[in-house]
Design a protein around this ligand. Structure first.
Ligand code: PEP
Length: 249
C-alpha cells in the first residue's frame, strides 16, 4: 500500500523561538491517521527542529539543496551538509524556487541525482500555471516536467521519490483544484509513470496534492484514490490546522 504523507512547507517563516513554539504545539496534537508527517523549516532551523522532534513521529525535511557536493557556491547548502545533521529528505522543484530562482528541470534533475546518491528521499514538486490550464495544456506541461527531471532514473530509484502535484494557480491563493481536478491529474501522472516504468512502480509512488489545502477541504481531496497526501503551505503554520489536515485521512 502507498504511504499517506502530509508535509508542511514553512517557507521563509519562523525564527528560532517561533520554530520551537510551533513544534511544541505540534507535539501536543492528537494524531488519529496513518499519515507520515513532515515539516520543512528554513535551513537555520533544521537542526533545532530535528532535535526538538527526536523520538517523535515528525520528520524534519529541507526545502531545497544544491546539486554540487561542495565548493564555491556562496549561500548554498549541500546534501552532505543536510545528512550531517540527520536530514533524510528534501523538497525539490517547488514552484517558488522555479519562479523566483530560475530553477530549471535540468538543474532539478541534477539535484535529484545528488539527493538520491546520498540516499535521501526527494519530494519532487511540479505543476502547471493558470495559463496552461486555461489553454488546456496542463497535462502536457506536467508530463514534460516529470520526464525532464525524472525519466533518466532507473525504476528502483522511485522508492525514494515522492511526487507533489502543485498547480501554481492554487498555491497560496486560496483557490484549490477541485477534488476531481486533483484526481484527474494524479491519475494522469500515475499513467505517465506506468507507461515508462510499469504499474508496479507507478502504483508504489505516493503523489501528494498541494495548493491551498485547508482543514475544510482536505478530507474531500484526500478521499480521491490517487491522492496520497498533501504538501501544505499556509495551513502548516498553525498546529491545530495542520493536524486537522493530517487527520483528514
Ligand atoms: C506550498 O507552498 O507548497 C503550498 C501548497 O502552499 P499553500 O498551501 O499555502 O497553497
Amino acid at each position: 500500500m502507498r504511504k499517506h504523507i502530509v508535509a508542511g512547507n514553512w517557507k521563509m517563516n519562523n525564527g528560532l523561538i517561533q520554530t520551537k513554539t510551533l513544534i511544541t504545539e505540534l507535539k501536543q496534537q492528537k494524531k488519529t491517521s496513518d499519515a507520515e508527517v513532515m515539516i520543512a523549516p528554513a535551513f537555520t532551523n533544521l537542526w533545532p527542529a530535528f532535535e526538538e522532534t527526536r523520538q517523535f513521529p515528525i520528520e524534519v525535511v529541507a526545502q531545497n539543496m544544491h546539486f554540487a557536493e561542495d565548493g564555491a557556491y556562496t549561500g548554498e547548502i549541500s546534501a552532505g551538509m543536510l545528512k550531517s545533521i540527520g536530514i533524510q529528505s528534501v523538497i525539490l522543484g517547488h514552484s517558488e524556487r522555479r519562479a523566483y530562482f530560475n530553477e530549471t528541470d535540468e538543474a532539478l534533475a541534477k539535484k535529484i541525482n545528488t539527493a538520491l546518491e546520498h540516499d535521501m528521499r526527494v519530494i519532487f514538486c511540479f505543476g502547471e500555471e493558470l495559463s496552461d490550464r486555461k489553454s488546456g495544456h496542463h497535462e502536457s506541461v506536467v508530463e514534460r516536467q516529470i520526464k525532464n527531471a525524472l525519466f533518466h532514473l532507473e525504476a528502483s530509484a522511485f522508492k525514494n521519490i515522492v511526487l507533489a502535484y502543485e498547480p501554481v494557480w492554487a498555491i497560496g491563493t486560496g483557490e484549490t483544484a477541485t477534488p476531481e481536478q486533483a484526481q484527474d491529474m494524479h491519475a494522469f501522472i500515475r499513467k505517465t509513470l506506468s507507461d515508462k516504468y510499469g504499474s508496479d512502480t507507478s502504483n508504489s509512488v505516493s503523489i501528494l496534492y498541494g495548493g491551498s489545502v485547508k482543514p475544510n477541504n482536505a478530507k474531500e481531496i484526500f478521499s480521491k484514490p490517487d491522492v496520497d497526501g498533501g504538501l501544505i503551505g499556509g495551513a502548516s503554520l498553525k498546529a491545530s490546522d495542520f493536524f486537522a489536515i493530517v487527520n483528514a485521512f
